[in-house]
Design a protein around this ligand. Sequence first.
Ligand SMILES: C[S@@+](CC[C@H](N)C(=O)[O-])C[C@H]1O[C@@H](n2cnc3c(N)ncnc32)[C@H](O)[C@@H]1O
Length: 450
Amino acid sequence: MEIKKNDYFDIDIIDIGINGEGIGKIDNFIIFVEGALPDEKVNIKIVKVNKNYGYGKLINILTPSPFRKEPICKYFKQCGGCNLLHLDYDKQLDIKTSFVQANLKKIAKIEDVKVDKAIGMESPFHYRNKASFPINFTDKVNIGFYKPRSHNIVNIENCLIQHPINDTIIKKIKEFIKESGISIYNETTNKGDLRHIVTRIANKTNELLICVVVNNTKFLYEDLLIEKFKDIPNLDSIVINFNTQNNNVILGNKTKTILGKGYIVDYIKDLKFNISPLSFYQVNPVQTEVLYETALKFCDLKGDEIVFDAYCGIGTISLFLAKNCKKVYGIEIVEDAIKNAIENAKLNNIDNASFFVGKSEEVIPKLIFEDCINPDVIVVDPPRKGCDEALLDAIAKTNINKLVYVSCDNATLARDIAYLSNFGFKLNKLQPVDMFCNTTHIECVALITR
Ligand SMILES: C[S@@+](CC[C@H](N)C(=O)[O-])C[C@H]1O[C@@H](n2cnc3c(N)ncnc32)[C@H](O)[C@@H]1O
């Protein structure tokens, strides 16, 4: 059958894609339909036809999925951040578990590993402890989130997955812009000052840090900004981040504290952590405890092991494991994060953890082959792009037989498992943990053994 733009079809949705889009077929031609769910019959209008697949606009749901939910967010259609909000939460967990299984099969060619169902939250809302709001100016000031696949900002007054304090912060930052007359950053011309607002709130202590990112080397409105925000309950710190780079990176390397101590303090279980603005910290504090407990369980420590924690951030996993082993070595590329990690070990009276600034793929081979430290267990928790091959090569050359891989991108996890399988490693267990509820993202902990 010929399929042309502007044609209408009734189709069955048979699957869901990694961005939450429904997938159907017309004859054998694949059509992606945003907003449609598996097991639905929908009426669509073809909006784009490529060689092997096309896109349809959802016109009407003829037979709804029994798992369809009314998305309780007024920005759902434009924002796209919560691309599974129209789906029952328990079903979201099933779908994300099947994403992981599909990648293991497709990329790592693994058929026989049982992936346990993703562990979800009791209440999958207002869970994020960090928000990054881009700011631009069109006919007005816009603050919110980027629309999918664009840099157009959807103005947001409240967000279902963020901490509610952000609603007040957005309102106040709009007032600050009006009163100060500060110029707004334009990413095309790389001119204008105000780029982003980043907020962090500690789950256990409620300490709040507001970070204002400017495209400048100075900031002229400190007093007004402090005045504007000083009444916000639990406000601990205001920092200015200077970012004059013409790219998509949110934070620059230089930060000035204009109020408070310049970092927040939080607890994971009974461990206390200092968290500075440039350091990575897991965004879902409730599920972080589940994630780390799972990693600890997979490490199965007896007390006399040497453990490497690659990509350690502020040392959270390292310190979580330290009580259960002889010695932990944490490795992280961001200097501020390692400063925090060293402070955090002291804060918790932990003296069997050492931390190193540098690339895991450079520091770990040095620790093993030059300093002759033989780890019993290696934990890796890389960014989305996964582990560098040099790190995997080094791991392969040791006689280690247990690797615990914490991953926020199961496609690169599957790729790295496939690579390690060339050296006798095998995926033993995999537990997904839902850190990013109502979105298609899923965190995983994998036990890889040899
Ligand atoms: C997903 S975070 C995990 C941090 C920590 N394990 C946690 O749970 O909070 C990844 C970390 O890897 C760091 N990183 C990125 N590339 C790196 C590299 N090549 N070597 C070491 N650390 C790196 C990032 O700065 C970030 O702190």
